[in-house]
Design a protein around this ligand. Structure first.
Ligand SMILES: [Mn+2]
Length: 293
């Protein structure tokens, strides 16, 4: 019997390098126990992986085949539902393994809380990095819903271990805010993409941990998030900013969080997968070029 439609393997972009050869290790974390408004980010990793398999491996803008970057996808991490803190510890242990193996972790959330365990791990291996944070929300509460490890507390926890720079913010918690480390959306309107990118480059260390909450994008293009906020970035703007910034920085870890898929509506899932494709391409195609020279 002939199979009419055969899809690539169930991995990010359908890539199947051997683990030993992997440069990037994708850790899908289907966890949204701390989401405050609309739950559903637990389905994010599955829908991103599904959408990523229908993307063309070759991209004409980057002139790369994504399979050449050696992206290995692990099994989904089983949530620890005992507490957000227990879950952060579980994520930290998994990311420790990836970093011990000298690979770059890429976490697919899940809600933003998954960042806390990942950054805690990265901080044990790397010094002097900046947590570069794209988000509509400042996520700066010290405590939320009875936990210090909620998605709303990410920046408060990150600040205890690394510097951060937040971009696209348009919904804040006034208390405890560090205005120097924020590029507000209201101010970005007055700036060119180049000025935005230069501001980010100037305010971050050479090494960055990239955290993208998909709600930094405008809900018209990215309606599939638990806490949408009007007046977000377009896909094109975010892509251009990432291109300018990531090509100048060393990316030591990444997460892409808060995709909360709407059943039957696949366009935002494909957008999410393609944004990850570009982010990886911008961050790592310089390494590929160096290899081939
Ligand atoms: Mn957010």
């Amino acid at each position: 019997m002939k199979i009419l439609h055969s899809l690539p393997p169930y991995t990010l972009f359908g890539s199947t390098p051997k683990y030993d050869e992997a440069k990037i290790v994708v850790l899908p974390i289907p966890y949204d126990s701390t989401t405050s408004y609309k739950a559903g980010a637990r389905d994010g990793p599955h829908e991103i992986i599904s959408a990523s398999r229908v993307l063309e491996p070759y991209n004409e803008e980057l002139d790369i085949d994504i399979n050449d970057i050696n992206i290995y996808t692990t099994d989904e991490l089983e949530p620890d539902v005992n507490s957000p803190k227990a879950m952060a510890n579980r994520i930290e242990k998994e990311v420790d393994i990836i970093l011990q193996d000298k690979k770059i972790p890429l976490i697919l959330g899940g809600d933003h809380a998954v960042s806390i365990g990942a950054v805690t791990s990265v901080a044990k291996f790397e010094k002097d990095f900046t947590y570069l944070h794209f988000d509509a929300h400042s996520d700066s509460r010290n405590e939320y819903s009875g936990s210090n490890y909620s998605h709303a507390c990410v920046i408060a926890r990150v600040n205890e271990i690394a510097g951060h720079y937040s971009v696209g913010i348009r919904s804040i918690q006034k208390e405890g805010m560090d205005y120097k480390s924020i590029l507000f959306r209201k101010d970005m309107h007055e700036m060119s993409i180049q000025e935005i990118s230069e501001t980010i480059i100037k305010n971050t260390n050479d090494k960055i941990y990239l955290s993208v909450d998909f709600d930094v994008l405008d809900p018209s293009q990215m309606p599939s998030t638990g806490t949408p906020e009007p007046d977000g970035l377009s896909f094109y703007e975010l892509k251009k900013i990432l291109k300018a910034v990531l090509s100048k920085k060393q990316v030591i870890g990444m997460d892409f969080v808060e995709l909360s898929p709407i059943p039957g509506f696949i366009a935002p899932n494909v957008l999410a997968a393609k944004l990850i494709y570009f982010a990886i391409g911008y961050a790592f195609n310089k390494d590929l070029q160096a290899q081939s020279e």
